[in-house]
Design a protein around this ligand. Structure first.
Ligand code: ACO
Length: 375
């Protein structure tokens, strides 16, 4: 049997045309377009690119954006499911439950044709923000706010969350977060999505697998951990000692390190620029300064002194950005999922188009031929 690669590190499990990563040079492309160029698109256009493998014509673009905006509304049954959630949980758990409910209502639940999956996927992309915002409103004894079709995906989410329209800069930041979070090749949650799809299960089930995997603190849950770390540190002068304490206690600095990137994560670089812009705009540099001090200490301690490639990953400055956007920590991983759902849908479609069951092997390390003996 082949050598075990713990955590499947370095294993190439399949071919994809959705994203390209060079973890040494720090390059990320969505469908062949560099992430820095991708930032010139709206989230709606990125969704089209990911789901349809190309950018739309002008008329397809208009039709698709209108369609996404029409589909934002969720039915009363799904809102009622959110109403009976336990509100001490993360929005992520409520989102998982709501997607499960949506699957019950979908007439094409078990139809895995391209046409059905494009329809189901487009609806899920449109509805994720509405579900997450409804969870937060209901939790706070407030009625959910219906989506506003005139607003972008990012602006509309903040509007449904707060009840007031965000500033142009806040809207741009939220859009950027969704775009940067949309897709990242065969990360853990996407692998889960594809594994579920590979059994010829349905798209909703595959997305639920992705949600469960994204929640973990080593993956999307790191954004929540970053927010908690910022709160714990409180002041920029305390950041260095906080990091040194983590290192001396052999604890991980959340939002740092990556399985694939051994240099700066290109998404992290963009997140940092956007976060700086909004911090300067608010005139409150406290969270950004804490973050910069954490980053400087991690780079000095790991990269310079220990020659270990531990750089800020996508979750670090995303967490800091959420501070400025006033995203409640309980929502942070679900907000990541609002962006990532488009990548998951694209991978589901790609998996169904050329499917082979994903089923690796494990090397047995137990005993053999034991007699039955009750203890
Ligand atoms: N802080 C401190 N040390 C770290 C960190 C970190 N954030 N990340 C890795 N290391 C160290 C490990 O202790 C290990 O050291 P050792 O070789 O002396 O034992 C070495 O770097 C390699 O770490 P692994 O866990 O083997 O690396 P792996 O590729 O399995 O882990 C992971 C990647 C899980 C992302 C890791 O870097 C980590 O735990 N980071 C913190 C959590 C986080 O930010 N997750 C979000 C990742 S991005 C995303 O999923 C969207």
């Amino acid at each position: 049997m082949a050598e075990i690669q713990k955590g499947l590190e370095g294993i190439v499990a399949l071919e994809t045309k959705i994203a390209y990563i060079d973890g040494i040079k720090g390059i990320l492309e969505y469908r062949g377009i560099n992430i820095n160029e991708i930032m010139k698109l709206s989230y709606d256009e990125v969704v089209y690119l990911l789901l349809h493998s190309k950018l739309p014509t002008e008329s397809d673009r208009t039709k698709f954006i209108n369609r996404l905006r029409d589909e934002r509304v969720i039915d009363e049954g799904t809102i009622n499911i959110v109403r009976v959630c336990n509100f001490n949980i993360e929005a992520m758990d409520a989102l998982r439950t709501a997607v499960s409910h949506l699957s019950h209502c979908d007439p094409d639940l078990n139809d895995n044709s391209l046409e059905a999956n494009l329809r189901k996927g487009t609806e899920l992309v449109a509805q994720f923000p509405t579900i997450v915002a409804a969870f937060w409103r209901i939790r706070n004894m407030e009625e959910p706010i219906p989506p506003d079709k005139t607003l972008s995906h990012g602006a509309n989410f903040l509007y449904m969350l707060r009840g007031t329209k965000p500033t142009a800069l806040e809207a741009k930041c939220m859009e950027s977060d969704f775009i940067l979070s949309a897709e990242h090749e065969l990360n853990a949650s996407t692998f889960s999505v594809r594994t579920t799809a590979s059994t010829l299960s349905d798209m909703h089930s595959a997305i639920i697998s992705g949600l469960g995997t994204l929640k973990g603190v080593l993956h999307g849950g790191a954004r929540l951990a970053v927010l908690e770390m910022l709160d714990e540190i409180e002041e920029p002068e305390k950041a260095e000692n906080h990091v040194l304490n983590l290192i001396s206690n052999k604890k991980r600095v959340m939002g740092f390190g990556h399985r694939v990137y051994k240099t700066f994560d290109p998404r992290g670089i963009i997140f940092k620029q956007i976060t700086k812009e909004i911090a300067e705009d608010t005139g409150d540099l406290r969270w950004f300064s804490i973050a910069e001090n954490i980053e400087a200490t991690v780079l000095r301690e790991f990269v310079e002194k220990r020659n270990k490639p531990i750089y800020p990953n996508v979750d670090f400055y995303a967490g800091v950005l959420y501070k400025y956007l006033k995203i409640p920590p309980l929502l942070s991983t679900a907000v990541f999922a609002i962006g990532r759902i488009s990548g998951w849908v694209a991978h589901c479609i790609e998996q169904f188009a050329d499917n082979r069951l994903i089923r690796p092997r494990a090397r047995y390390a137990g005993e053999h031929d034991l007699p039955i003996r009750f203890l």
